[in-house]
Design a protein around this ligand. Sequence first.
Ligand code: F6P
Length: 379
Amino acid sequence: MTRGPTIGILTGGGDCPGLNAVIRAATKSAIRLGYDMVGFLRGYEGLVDPVGYMPLDAQNTAGILLQGGTILGSTNKGRFTSLVGRGERVGIDPELLTQAAATVRQLGLSGLICVGGDGSLGIAEQLHAHGVPVVGVPKTIDNDLCGTAFTFGFDSAVATATDALDRLHTTAASHERIMVLEVMGRHAGWIALHAGIAGGGDVILLPEIAWTFEGVCRKIVERDREGKRFTLIVVAEGAHLPNGELVHGDAAAGRGQVKLGGIGEIVAGEVSGRLGRVARTVVLGHLQRGGSPTPFDRMLATEFGAHAVRLVHEGRFGEMVCYRPPEIASLPIAEAVGRLSTVDPRGSAVQAARALGIGFGDDEDGVPFGRGGAGPSGQ
Ligand code: F6P
């Protein structure tokens, strides 16, 4: 049992920059409202482990605003896994949910703030159905959560991928090479799209737009003709091959999602073979998940943390904070999880990219929007 009114917080799923900023903001604002704060360790596991939490206060959360990772630890594998295989959702063992609910009750928590992506918030929703007073905070570098314009972590991941493209640009130009940058994004190509545009990429391959190797090669040849003898290709790890397959290593041991990766090397090999050109691959991987959050992510994470505490204080359980520009708002967790936010192939960012001549490896490359492929005069 805790001493006074207390709020719990945990971070679940894959980490991302900004988690500590949420923990700090929630702790600071909870203290000012008269609450004590406890943080559960290793995500939801901390709820079923007798020594699974630590007190959070002004001292141990000082200076963590700019720290990557999470001081509480996290896990996206193990007993509390709601997504398996290629994203199928499964129910958590009811016995585990009962144990977790008992911990929250025994500690007398006023509320439990669960910070996570689609999978982790799906668990939060199940806990809520088990009577736990839960409030959700959306995070993921992939930005694929519904109900919020942005998740924190995304801007930092885009900054890392853009910096990588800036660096690849000069070496690609110097050696007249094709450079393929593979970025994260399981189901959604937000990172590839935003970094591809911000980093001056030439071809962007997304899970949302079907592409062919011919389409990719066509863009490279077009650039060659324009005297630009190098090409930057950005590919999302979750982009399907032209035959519809996803590229992945071994399925994760036990419960958990398939580990994606390797499409960059396949694209580089195929393009190099077809055009007789040198191509190199860089897989950015977990560099996108580490490091200090950008100022935008610090701001968003801070607002999310403070707003989550306000929801607990007002007894608005089962809700998830969200960003509805220019405001921070909230919606039922159930409305946000289980249906991912993906790139709209006809959205403004894709349109802007096409207008600049950025290729998506499909037949619409070079076709101005609204002309239905009928050429410059629209005839
Ligand atoms: O969900 C975020 C994400 O970064 C995905 O883009 C990626 O496929 C996955 O996490 C990798 O997670 P891990 O290596 O931690 O299993």
